[in-house]
Write a protein that binds this ligand. Structure first.
Ligand SMILES: [Zn+2]
Length: 308
């Protein structure tokens, strides 16, 4: 069961809506900026209408009468950061131009809804999807398209609060951006905490990743160390001729970073590193990848017979 925590203040006029458990699929951190003059903006939105409605209600409680969310800054075009934007239909939606293009490569809310609710729960894939995504309702979700796009960098103001947006070379999805608030020294990184050097170079002291706990500079460095370790081990396994799925199982068993949760997601990480090492550029097949990941989670589920 998800419980929505009340908004958490991370700096003056900067709040985050952070669902728990933070390690769950699709549970993204969302930001609220409130300027002293009452202007307000979001950074990312929750995954579905119900959760976005909760974030909106809690946001409104912090705004002066008559104020509204004027703008939504979208760190990247994955549904778990964008699909809740329909609850603020008058807001300007800001994203990179590449993110706008990326939307069409993502499954639509209806496709995802049908996949989650139409898969056989007796199969590992159906079991996994319903367990982790069954809580979301996208049956009526319309994807709101960005209305203000940019290339490179963009300086905005939310009332009196300056916000610097910079796009990153194709990282997690095409067109990821980092939103940096220089007055408060807070960076919202979306899912590209991998672009750590760039984030640290801004001088940020509070780093809000797309998922999981808020980090300080030391926490970001620790994460970089983990990612480097992961990349090195993946390369070793690749060189040794271990197939990708088996390499993911090996890394999960090594359990070097248990706090991240949902270790089966290493199937995705290892898969993309293998494609990179093999020089294959094409994107992974989403359903096939999820089926592999579900299989790994299924083997590790509570009550599963111990493997030989
Ligand atoms: Zn995400």
């Amino acid at each position: 069961m998800i419980s929505q925590s009340p908004l958490l203040a991370v700096a003056d006029g900067v709040h985050i809506w952070s669902p728990t458990p933070s390690a769950g699929w699709g549970l993204a951190n969302c930001g609220l900026i409130v300027s002293p003059d009452g202007a307000a903006a979001w950074i990312d939105t929750p995954y579905d209408r119900r959760m976005a409605g909760d974030f909106l209600e809690r946001s409104r409680a912090l705004l002066p009468d008559g104020a509204r969310i004027e703008r939504v800054i979208v760190t990247h075009a994955n549904g778990d950061h964008l699909w809740g934007a329909e609850v603020v239909p008058d807001a300007e939606i800001v994203a990179t131009r590449e993110a706008l293009g990326h939307i069409e490569y993502e499954p639509s809310p209806q496709q995802l809804h049908a996949l989650v609710h139409g898969s056989d729960p007796a199969t590992p894939l159906g079991w996994y999807l319903q367990r982790h995504f069954g809580r979301f309702d996208w049956s009526g979700t319309e994807v709101v398209e960005p209305t203000l796009t940019f290339v490179g960098e963009l300086d905005l103001r939310v009332g009196q609060v300056p916000v610097r947006l910079f796009s990153l070379p194709s990282a997690h999805t095409a067109g990821d951006l980092v939103a940096y608030l220089p007055q408060q020294k807070v960076a919202f990184t979306g899912d590209v905490i991998f672009a750590c050097e760039r984030v640290l170079a801004t001088g940020a002291e509070v780093i809000v990743p797309g998922h999981g706990p808020v980090l300080d500079r030391e926490g970001v460095r620790g994460h970089v160390g983990y990612l480097e370790h992961l990349r090195d081990r993946t390369r070793q396994l690749h060189t040794a001729g271990v197939p990708a799925l088996e390499a993911a199982r090996t890394l999960i068993a090594e359990n070097t970073y248990p706090a991240l949760g949902l270790p089966e997601r290493l199937v995705i990480t290892v898969g993309s590193e293998y494609r990179h090492l093999n020089g294959t550029d094409e994107a992974a097949d989403l359903v096939a990848t999820m089926a592999d990941l579900a299989q790994v989670a299924w083997e590790r589920r509570e009550g599963a017979p111990a493997s030989a």
